[in-house]
Ligand binder design. Sequence first.
Ligand code: CP
Length: 306
Amino acid sequence: MRHIISPLDFSVEELDELMDTANDIEKHPEKYANVCNRKKLATLFYEPSTRTRLSLETAMLNLGGQVIGFASSNASSAAKGESVADTIRMISCYADIAAIRHPKEGAALVAAMNSSIPVINAGDGGHQHPTQTLTDLLTIRSLKGRLENLTVGLCGDLKFGRTVHSLINALVRYPGIRFVLISPTELRIPSYIRENVLDANHIEYEEVEILEDAMPKLDILYMTRVQRERFFSEDEYLRLKDIYVLDGAKMELAKEDMLVMHPLPRVNEISVEVDKDPRAGYFKQVQYGVYIRMALIMKLLEVEVC
Ligand code: CP
């Protein structure tokens, strides 16, 4: 039995296979319509979510399966003090696979250690968000045609943004990846990522504070939201929240084929005028998120297409 707690739980070859399946699902959805008949996905969300929960549920429904779950800790016995370990033991009796989102780093790992069904980490605090990373990899491969030899700008809240941490972990395994890390000093990438991931893998990167300086170099610009829920001080959040706003004027500085990505939700960091720019990829990214989560559920349930 396998879980996905980090993007590194799958080899590069396995990720390629998952993405191949996702691309096939996009072309031939009817082939996959019943492969998870009578299988149940449980979504255990202790933190708010729109995309991750609903795309996982859509993925399972598209595969012919069913879904159960809760969308907030207040709507479950967590509100009465039940632990994640006990909850997943219970859910293992009800469902075939579970996805968990939790504000605490490591909660998905605790769930996996106590589970008798596969567990998907749907985001654990500021740590990892592997299904978003699979979505991001598929989006890049589908829209840029490759995962190698790319200059990737990561902009915004690089300290608390778990999507950025997961994406860096995944992309360093591909050759010729360079990063431009764009953030204010207060929201720099954590030192454990810089030292244990970037430096340890001899990855070329630079840290800058001005988005405009980075724009002309980038093949991909990955914007992120300043994560209000992870700040200790509201004043600090208010000071930093609008530090980067991607707008039409800044897009004029970019390459003609630069891809703009964002895990969403956005707040103010991408102006709506950018939505109509052909380089805006963030809503296509949402659609790829369904295909890759379908492929992931099939893989974890060891379901094959006849
Ligand atoms: N990208 C993402 O994780 O979105 P949600 O918080 O809406 O799930």
